[in-house]
Design a protein around this ligand. Structure first.
Ligand code: CUA
Length: 190
C-alpha cells in the first residue's frame, strides 16, 4: 500500500506520542504511587457520626498495629481539625461526607480522594515528617476556601498511639447519641 511520506511521518508521530503518554502515566503510577482510589464502600450519610467504621474519629491503631485516620467532611470543615501521625508508616485514611461532595487533599502528597456522601473513601499512604495542610479541592459552597485541617507528621519514635478516648469532639448538633462502637479495634493494647 502506498502511503504518502507526510502521512507516514504523522503515523509514526502518533505512535511516539501514544508511547510517551502511556509511559508518563505508568511512571507516575509506579514511582509516585498515584492512582485513583478504587475502594468502593457505602455508608448512610445521615448516620456518619454513629457509624462504627468511623469510630474513633481521628487517629487510631488496630490490633495488627496498622494506623488508621478516620475523617469526616462537612460544610465547611474536616473533622478532626488536627491529627498527629507517625512518619514513614502506612496510614489508611477513611473519609466520608455528611452533606455534599468534597475533595480530601493532603497538599503536596499523593494523599487525595473525592469524598462523596453515601460512600466511604479509603486510601493508604505514608509521609515524611512535617506539617501538612488538608484542603478541600472540590467546590462545595460559600465556605469552600475555609475548609481545611492540619496533619502533623512526627518521627516514628516520637509518636505515641492515641488511646481510645482521644477522638475529636463531635459538634453537639451533629452528634447522634448511640452506644459506643465495639467494632474497629480502636485500642492500642497498653
Ligand atoms: Cu468542601 Cu470544598
Amino acid at each position: 500500500m502506498k502511503v504518502d511520506l507526510y502521512e507516514r511521518l504523522w503515523m509514526y508521530a502518533v505512535v511516539v506520542m501514544l508511547a510517551a503518554f502511556f509511559t508518563s502515566t505508568a511512571v507516575a503510577a509506579m514511582r509516585g504511587g498515584i492512582h485513583p482510589p478504587s475502594h468502593v464502600e457505602t455508608i448512610d450519610p445521615k448516620r456518619v457520626f454513629s457509624d462504627p467504621r468511623l469510630q474513633p474519629q481521628g487517629v487510631s491503631v488496630d490490633r495488627d498495629g496498622h494506623v488508621h485516620a478516620r475523617v469526616i467532611g462537612l460544610t465547611f470543615a474536616w473533622l478532626p481539625a488536627t491529627m498527629t501521625i507517625p512518619a514513614e508508616t502506612p496510614v489508611t485514611f477513611h473519609v466520608t461526607s455528611t452533606d455534599v461532595i468534597h475533595g480530601f487533599e493532603i497538599v503536596g502528597t499523593n494523599g487525595q480522594t473525592m469524598v462523596i456522601p453515601g460512600y466511604l473513601s479509603q486510601l493508604t499512604t505514608e509521609f515524611d515528617p512535617g506539617e501538612y495542610l488538608v484542603a478541600c479541592n472540590e467546590y462545595c459552597g460559600v465556605g469552600h476556601h475555609t475548609m481545611a485541617s492540619r496533619i502533623r507528621v512526627v518521627p516514628r519514635a516520637q509518636w505515641t498511639a492515641p488511646g481510645a478516648a482521644s477522638g475529636a469532639a463531635v459538634p453537639p448538633a451533629l452528634a447522634t447519641p448511640t452506644t459506643p462502637a465495639t467494632a474497629g479495634g480502636a485500642h492500642d493494647g497498653h
